[in-house]
Every structure is written in structure tokens, then in C-alpha cells.
Design a protein around this ligand. Structure first.
Ligand code: HEM
Length: 142
């Protein structure tokens, strides 16, 4: 949805709506999944020592498909938009791609490490970078 569309009250074409809805839906799962499980963690710990690991594994089965959909629909976004002349848009896009890679790498490190401190640090980096990617996406959509 561009600001011109908003100003005139024009609806987005159906294909654009599908493309952006898939991208935003995957973003809600990727970002919302992390924050929801973080919020549920104190309760999950009460279910036993193994419970957080089991929940983390189940979460991974939800998060990684969402990440794959974000990358695929992100590429679709770029192809659909074509080549905006605004160079700031491209800079923001490249910064966003870097932040998305950081979000993926830190989520992976968070899930692989056995060290509790490293787990907390990588978890925080994953959550923050995911939120930054989301905000940069909103800037890109204009
Ligand atoms: C953690 C991963 C990601 C998150 C949370 C995310 C989130 C978002 C959000 C919330 C929007 C705004 C949609 C709207 O307001 O309509 C957006 C737009 C966009 N994203 Fe992503 N995104 C991610 C990954 C990617 C990747 C990997 C790419 C490129 C390969 C990408 C390219 C774009 C583009 C080009 C737009 C603008 C779409 C348009 O204006 O039609 N995103 N993103």
C-alpha cells in the first residue's frame, strides 16, 4: 500500500494483497512466536526441567517455515516493486537484508548453544533484530 493509494482510498490489487498478506503473516509468526514463547517461559518451566527444551523444539518447527516464507515473499516483493529510483529505499532494503540474516543467525545460535548466558544474549539479539527487520519493512512499504 503506497501513500498515494492511501490518499485516494484506492484498494491494492488482489495479487499485491496476497503477496503482502503472506509476508506480513509470516512476520507475525516469526516475531510474535518469539515474544509469545518468551512470555510463556516462566509457566512452561513449571511443567518440568525438560519442558522448555520441548517447547523450544516445537517453536522451531513453526519459526523456520515462517522465516523461509519471509525470504521467498521478500524476494517476490522486490521483483513486484521493480527498481525504485530512490537510492535511500535500496540502502534501507540492504540494511534490512543484513538485519534479517542477523535475526536468522542469532536464532540458530540461541537454539544450538548450551551456555545459559550465551543463550540469553543470542535470544535478545534475535528478538531485537527481528523487530528492527519488521520496522524497516514498514518503511520499505511506504
Ligand atoms: C525477519 C524477516 C522479515 C520481517 C519481520 C519482515 C517484515 C516486513 C513488514 C512488516 C513489511 C511491511 C509490509 C506492509 O506494510 O505492507 C515488509 C515489507 C517488505 N519486505 Fe520484509 N520482512 C522480513 C524479511 C524480508 C526479506 C528477507 C526481504 C527481501 C529479500 C524483504 C523485503 C521486503 C520488501 C521489498 C518490502 C516492501 C513490500 C512492498 O512495499 O510491497 N523482507 N517486511
Amino acid at each position: 500500500m503506497t501513500s498515494a493509494q492511501l490518499a485516494t482510498g484506492t484498494l491494492a490489487p488482489a495479487v499485491t494483497a496476497i503477496r503482502l498478506s503472506l509476508h506480513v503473516l509470516a512476520a507475525t509468526v516469526w516475531v510474535g512466536g518469539q515474544f509469545t514463547v518468551l512470555g510463556l517461559l516462566p509457566t512452561v518451566r513449571g511443567f518440568g526441567a525438560e519442558a522448555p527444551t520441548l517447547v523450544a523444539r516445537a517453536l522451531a518447527r513453526i519459526l523456520w517455515p515462517a522465516y523461509a516464507i519471509l525470504v521467498l515473499t521478500g524476494i517476490w516483493n522486490i521483483l513486484a516493486i521493480g527498481g525504485p529510483e530512490n537510492s535511500t529505499w535500496w540502502i534501507v532494503l540492504w540494511v534490512k537484508i543484513g538485519v534479517v540474516l542477523l535475526a536468522g543467525a542469532s536464532t540458530l545460535l540461541h537454539s544450538k548453544t548450551k551456555n545459559r548466558r550465551a543463550m540469553a544474549v543470542w535470544g535478545a539479539v534475535a528478538g531485537l533484530s527481528s523487530v528492527v527487520a519488521l520496522v524497516l519493512g514498514v518503511f520499505l512499504a511506504g
